[in-house]
Write a protein that binds this ligand. Structure first.
Ligand SMILES: Cc1ncc(COP(=O)(O)O)c(C=O)c1O
Length: 401
């Protein structure tokens, strides 16, 4: 047997980093831990009975079709439902624009595989979604971060970045943004900045990848139009997913792009999984067809909105002076900034000793910064756990200040 496989690894495989956070998260498996670390939806929201009924009917009436391979692009009834759904923000979308993927994470991998050669530039928010960072670094992208404030990515800094790159005759392969209740920070890109982002993308001829799993989970404030809805030049690739508005276990999501752009993406998906599960797609399509997705989203919004308020109240009550946090208007996460002198990574072990966990913020920074930040999830823990967990976390922070 070959003892050391590493000489056989490709350069890309060598570049795959087992993320620091996964290592740290292993410490959080103790049952007594209150974890704000995961990004899991609340399982009590999963529509188990509806899925059971729909599944039984599909198996009874079309079982042999449901258990067969399907087309790489996805099952037509689901693509049709999604085209209608997406067309609410931009008329003219058809199934030709929709590619069903096995989770948005696969969408990110497809985008990375199709666009990125080693050393190619991807521009993204600072901080940004860790799964995006992982997917792009697997293809050895050079990631350039643009800071955000409470209104999302700063367009003045993006403009400077693009201009600086253009001066050196460098063009990013795409700009990656999570514009709604961003994972990890919870902030939302304003409409004015979305418009400016498009202007810059047009001027510098760079595609935009709009990854928006949380868009429909708004608890308060005014919805901002999706970037693709404002796009007049067909320059946006959208990633949408059922994970946070239905359930993640079906592993169903979609990639929406100008029809003439999808060829390479379909081929690249073929080598990953040939097609996403037919049965699951039929379930999702039927769930949408019966009009069940809207009320499901309403119920999730209500629950997460309540949990978000409980977490904000607890933060206000327990956190020492000098600690700041975002107040997301939707989604699953909020972002905590400790005083600059503190380090959330070194603090992590003390927090776990006190049976509370979070994700260290630096994992979300493509430039290795953000040591004084952390991400907290409020969708998964119970209301009681949120209050008790924040109390414990605040005590750990105070002690280490
Ligand atoms: C911004 C973002 N993109 C993509 C994903 C992946 O989602 P999926 O479950 O569809 O693979 C997540 C999951 O948390 C996410 O937060």
């Amino acid at each position: 047997m070959i003892k050391d496989l590493s000489p056989f690894y490709s350069k890309n495989a060598r570049n795959l980093q087992s993320s620091v956070i996964r290592e740290l998260l292993k410490l959080t498996r103790k049952p007594e831990i209150i974890s704000f670390a995961g990004g899991l939806p609340a399982p009590e929201t999963f529509p188990v009975e509806a899925i059971e009924q729909i599944s039984c009917r599909i198996l009874r009436e079309r079982g042999r079709f449901a258990l067969q391979y399907g087309p790489t692009e996805g099952e037509m009834p689901l693509r049709e439902e999604l085209a209608k759904w997406m067309a609410l923000s931009k008329p003219g979308i058809t199934p030709a624009n929709i590619l069903i993927t096995s989770g948005s994470q696969q969408g990110l991998d497809i985008v990375a595989k199709v666009f990125i050669d080693p050393g190619d530039i991807v521009v993204m928010e600072l901080p940004s979604y860790i799964g995006g960072i992982q997917a792009f670094s697997a293809y050895r992208a050079k990631m350039i971060g643009v800071s955000q404030d409470s209104h999302g990515m700063r367009m003045d800094l993006l403009e400077k970045t693009l201009a600086r790159l253009a001066k050196r005759h460098k063009k990013p392969k795409f700009i990656y943004v999570v514009p709604d209740f961003q994972n990890p920070s919870g902030v939302t890109l304003t409409e004015a900045r979305r418009r400016r982002l498009l202007e810059l993308a047009y001027a510098y001829e760079v595609p935009i990848v709009e990854d928006s799993p949380y868009r429909d989970l708004r608890f308060r404030g005014v919805a901002q139009p999706p970037i693709y809805g404002l796009d007049t030049q067909d320059q946006v690739i959208v990633l949408g997913t059922f994970s946070k508005i239905f359930c993640p276990g079906l592993r169903l999501a979609w990639l929406m792009a100008p029809a003439s752009w999808t060829d390479r993406m379909v081929v690249s998906k073929q080598s990953m999984d040939l097609a996403s599960p037919t049965f699951n797609q039929m379930i999702a399509a039927e769930y949408m067809r019966q009009g069940l997705l809207r009320p499901q989203i309403e119920a999730i919004r209500k629950l997460y909105g309540k949990k978000r308020n409980i977490m904000l109240k607890a933060l206000k009550e327990f956190m020492p002076k000098g600690v700041r946090w975002t107040k997301p208007e939707g989604g699953l996460f909020l972002w905590v900034k400790l005083p600059r002198t503190m380090n959330a990574t070194t603090l992590f072990r003390s927090a776990v000793d006190e049976n509370v966990a979070y994700v260290v913020g630096e994992a979300f920074y493509c430039n290795g910064k953000g040591q004084n930040t952390m991400r907290l999830n409020f969708s998964y823990p119970s209301e009681e756990q949120i209050v008790e967990g924040i109390r414990r976390l605040a005590a750990v922070i105070k002690k280490n200040m």
